[in-house]
Write a protein that binds this ligand. Sequence first.
Ligand SMILES: *Cc1c(COP(=O)(O)O)cnc(C)c1O
Length: 385
Amino acid sequence: MNNKMWLSSPHMGNAEFDLIKAAFDSNWIAPLGAHVDAFEEALAGYTGSGYAVALSSGTAALHLALILVGVKPGDEVICQSMTFSASANPIAYLGATPVFVDSERDTWNMDPVLLETAIRERIAAGKKPGAIIPVHLYGMPAKMSEIMAVAEKFDIPVIEDAAEALGSLYNKKACGNIGLMGVLSFNGNKIITTSGGGALLGNDGKQIQQARFLATQARDAAPHYQHSHIGYNYRLSNICAAIGCGQMQVLDDRVEKRRANFDFYRKHLSLLPGISFQPEPGNCHSNRWLTTLLIDPNITNGITRETIRLALDKENIESRPLWKPMHLQPVFAGAPAYVNGVSEELFNNGLCLPSGSNLEADDLARVVTIINRCFAESPVLAESH
Ligand SMILES: *Cc1c(COP(=O)(O)O)cnc(C)c1O
């Protein structure tokens, strides 16, 4: 049996281990230290954001961002439905209610027209949403100009979930540095990793300072432990930040390789009947974190995303259905949702292919061969060729 091929596995560069060793040598084995400072500087520099605070996870960053914009129990927060549950969970942590908005077809992200409909209805019902969380799915930037225009019209803060989109650009601007604040993740499967970690980006120094304060147990300035706020233990360790500093050195290489993975898959699969890929509008530059395709069973004569997923699984290759929309998740069954059918269709027909930056040419070729075989073995399609 071949070694397991993962969807997206960690890919270390050359510097990470030496940087960890430097942290050990200086005995900064703590959630602060020189590597944390350097990592934050690197993130702010790379994204063009005024400030970055390194945190224990992307989920923690979203939680803090919602606190900073003043979301309280009983409030409503608009969230893209097509996403990973971590985009929505922090809304529930605060006792607020997520209001889900469906996707458009050009980027698979939050539909700005439906967003405006949702806001107007919520306001008419007496509840102005406290924040808007668009997501840059699989690295593809959402339609931020349109989303920001709607948000500004109603004066609602936008928190970008850029957990999957470090290295992606929208109108040449870094994802995560377009809304009021942006959230990054360095979980093990993301484009770069610190083994676990996240960051909050923003351009309001006071706001980001407040995030730093809340993330370190909200300790007031005093020689003893003095507290006038509820705090959190959300800072990133200096060891993890050392890994992050090394990973930042290779981020551009990782983006280039992931985009090359996508180009290879598209070149070798897009001629199959019924197969299409996540589009990339002209003003977007996606990091192509994951290559995602759609299989239209009306055209493939019954070949579904499950046919392909199971064929890959039999060969010890991991692939995965697209995110199941939040408005279809049992845990959010009661939440209001503005739905147009797009995310449900994406979930039904979509598949994420192995996309790691450490995949070899042979690995990608194997995936392509197996998928081609699914189509060659389909009796009806083989006949019609
Ligand atoms: C990974 C991810 C998160 C959460 O990040 P963690 O660092 O794992 O907490 C949030 N949103 C999206 C869209 C993600 O993919």
